[in-house]
Structures are given as structure tokens and as C-alpha cells.
Design a protein around this ligand. Structure first.
Ligand SMILES: [Zn+2]
Ligand SMILES: [Zn+2]
Length: 267
């Protein structure tokens, strides 16, 4: 997708499942689930939540930027059977790992930091509230990936912490969108009066498009996450801005529909 002088490329790192829909989401009526399964067949395998794990590549005149770092190489404990392809996909676009200048992490869940350590020239941007939330002793004991994928970068001086909106590269704007995690951020690309939003995990499943109040167990603050989802997605639907979401396939636009939104795929 070209946004003025900036190119945004959705990259599918991996797809697979780690839970059923009922294990992750607050009670969902059977009719709503059936409607979602009919409209978004790519996100269901029977009762299982089938999720793509996407990364956004942003190429400006000044820099090559990744938004999130996907599931990462095997072996790994989370979704161990899902092969991951980010480096291959970058290679197919003519990019070696050394070419990545900056990785912006929407948050620090395991499926958003997986390839950290693979980009020797990159700095990594994280919201300081996410670093604090994820690096408590309790969090580190349940999320051991953080030692290798995040704290190692901090210790080698390659983390840049932010605490508010920022524009690290001209036209690449960081917007705090807390709820899913305390320091969750989204990235708004702007050039020549056009815009694009990389949402992160503001919405993680099409069920939450049909009903924004459907809660996910992966949300740190479910009420706050639902408020953020409603306000951000309503604004995007009002403005017709194309979006990339971590766990909905490809690039799309949101349109107001019923309690929530319809997803108009661009691919
Ligand atoms: Zn997440
Ligand atoms: Zn995620």
C-alpha cells in the first residue's frame, strides 16, 4: 500500500492456533459465533481460533521500519508447530536483516517480539509502561521469552523507551492506545494528506468487530481495551483510513455496521 511517499507492506510471519475461541473470549452467543465464522472463515478452524501473525514493513525515504517482530524462529514454546517466515519474506523483498533500522513494538506479547535479536542494526522502540508491566519478576517467570527478546536488547543499549506520542521517523507517528497492555501503542503513517494505521492488538478477533464489547483474556484491562477499541475503530471508520491489524488477514478498511464494524479487505 502506498501512502504518499511512504510504502506500507503487510507481511505474514506465521499462522496457527493456541486456543479455542471459547477459551479466550468472553461468552459469545452461538449465533454471533456462527455469523463470524461465516464472514471470517480464515479465523476459525472448527472451534479453534486460527490467527495470522502479521508484521508491517514501512519504507520511507529515510528508514526501513518494522512494526512488531512476529512469532520468531523455532524452537519456541508458544505455537511451537507454526513455521515463521519473516526473514524469508523480507528477503523476497530484497531486504537483508541488516537493512532494518527500527522496530516499533505495539506491545510485548510473545507473538510481537519473536524475531528480536535478528536485526543487528535496528533500534527498538517500546512504551515504558509496557517494559515496566512485562519486566516484573512475576511476569518474567510466566513469560521467559522476555529475557532473550527484550531484556537482552535493553542491556545492550538498543531500546528506546517512549512515554507519549512521538514521531521517530518523519511520517511515522506513534499513538498510545492502552488497554490490551498498559503501554500498547499504534502507529499512524502519514504522507501527502493520506494516512494508514497499524493497530497492533486493539482488536484481536473478528468477533470483536461484530461486537466491540467481547472481551479477551489476553487483555490487561478489558474495560479499557473495549473503550479504546470503540473510540479508535469508530474514528477509522469515520475517516475511511486503511488499517493493518496483527491478527486479521491483510489490509482492510472499517465500515460502521450494527454494534461494531464491517471489515472491507483490500486484498
Ligand atoms: Zn497482544
Ligand atoms: Zn498479538
Amino acid at each position: 500500500v502506498r501512502i504518499g511517499e511512504i510504502e506500507v507492506v503487510p507481511i505474514l510471519d506465521a499462522e496457527g492456533t493456541f486456543a479455542t475461541v471459547d477459551e479466550v473470549f468472553s461468552p459469545v452467543e452461538a449465533a454471533l459465533k456462527a455469523d463470524a465464522a461465516r464472514r471470517f472463515p480464515a479465523n476459525f478452524r472448527g472451534d479453534e481460533w486460527w490467527l495470522p501473525i502479521q508484521v508491517a514493513l514501512i519504507r520511507t525515504r529515510a528508514a526501513t521500519v518494522l512494526i512488531d517482530a512476529g512469532l520468531g524462529p523455532s524452537p519456541r514454546r508458544f505455537m511451537p508447530k507454526a513455521p515463521a517466515y519473516l526473514l524469508e519474506q523480507l528477503g523476497a523483498l530484497g531486504l537483508v536483516p541488516e537493512a532494518v533500522d527500527l522496530v516499533i513494538h505495539t506491545h510485548l506479547h510473545v507473538d510481537h517480539v519473536g524475531w528480536n535479536g535478528s536485526f543487528p542494526n535496528a533500534r527498538h522502540i517500546i512504551h515504558e509502561k509496557d517494559l515496566a508491566y512485562f519486566s516484573t519478576p512475576q511476569s518474567l517467570s510466566t513469560r521467559p521469552h522476555l529475557h532473550e527478546k527484550v531484556l537482552a536488547l535493553r542491556d545492550s543499549g538498543r531500546l528506546d523507551l517512549i512515554d507519549a506520542a512521538a514521531e521517530p521517523i518523519t511520517g511515522v507517528k506513534i499513538v498510545p492506545t492502552p488497554g490490551h497492555t498498559p503501554g500498547h501503542i499504534s502507529v499512524r503513517v502519514e504522507s501527502d494528506d493520506r494516512a494508514f494505521l497499524v493497530l497492533g492488538d486493539i482488536v484481536v478477533h473478528p468477533l470483536q468487530l461484530l461486537d466491540p464489547d467481547i472481551r479477551s483474556t489476553s487483555d490487561h484491562d478489558q474495560e479499557h481495551a473495549a473503550r479504546t477499541r470503540r473510540s479508535v475503530l469508530d474514528g477509522l471508520a469515520d475517516d475511511g483510513i486503511p488499517v493493518l491489524n496483527s491478527h486479521l488477514h491483510g489490509v482492510g478498511r472499517l465500515v460502521h455496521a450494527g454494534k461494531g464494524w464491517d471489515w472491507m479487505s483490500r486484498e
